[in-house]
Structure formats: structure tokens, C-alpha cells
Write a protein that binds this ligand. Structure first.
Ligand code: FES
Length: 118
């Protein structure tokens, strides 16, 4: 079962965060546009389980293009989700499977949230 997340143009230069109702509470996601694709992960830092951004829709990146957690500076490769430096080096973000259908982004992984789905 898939769930519509947003229109692709809603994902800004610094990403987009979402909070979705879920059977086990709220699922927090972060979406990024990369080379014409959309990549998505749970917005949960493997260091202390916090969201990586401090402000809505405003994620931070290093000069090398790594996604950087705003709390303690762990940096992640958006292609793999792996932490490449910082306090949780070697850990990884949890990926979320999304599809772009026309101009809309859909969550399609088995952990899809309840409600608002097709
Ligand atoms: S919570 Fe992300 S680096 Fe500490």
C-alpha cells in the first residue's frame, strides 16, 4: 500500500521533512532531490534518535555535500545513508522507499504509514 507524500516541487534545495501518522506513533521522514531523483530516509539520527534538522524543511550540508545532523555534526552520504564522520560513524540512516509518479512523491515501502493511502 502506497501513500502520497507531497508534490516534487515541495522538496526545496535543503530538503523537506514530514511527520506521518503511523500504527506505532508518528513516522518522521526527510526527502531530498538528487540528480532528478528523490531520496528519502527516516528523519532519525542514529546517534541519539533526534531529527537531523532544527528548522522545518531546513537540513544542513557540509561543503563536501554530506547531510549533517544539526545536533552533534554527524555527516551522512545521501546515496547510502551511511554516517561518514561524527559520533555515529559507521551507523546508517533508515531508508524509506519512495516513487515519483508524475509530479507526486509516494511512499511505497512496507513500513508505509496508515491513513491517506491508496
Ligand atoms: S543526534 Fe545527530 S549527531 Fe547527535
Amino acid at each position: 500500500m502506497a501513500q502520497r507524500l507531497c508534490r516534487i516541487e515541495e522538496i526545496g534545495e535543503f530538503g523537506k521533512d514530514l511527520a506521518l501518522p503511523h500504527a506505532e506513533g508518528t513516522r518522521y521522514l526527510m526527502l531530498f532531490r538528487r540528480d532528478g531523483r528523490v531520496v528519502a530516509y527516516d528523519n532519525v539520527c542514529p546517534h541519539h534518535g533526534l531529527g537531523l534538522n532544527l528548522a522545518p524543511g531546513r537540513f544542513h550540508f557540509t561543503r563536501d555535500g554530506w547531510l549533517m545532523c544539526a545536533h552533534h555534526g554527524a555527516s551522512f552520504d545521501l546515496e547510502t545513508g551511511s554516517c561518514v564522520s561524527g559520533p555515529c560513524r559507521g551507523a546508517a540512516l533508515k531508508p524509506a522507499t519512495v516513487e515519483v509518479r508524475g509530479q507526486e512523491v509516494w511512499l511505497t515501502d512496507p513500513d508505509t504509514a496508515a491513513g491517506g493511502s491508496e
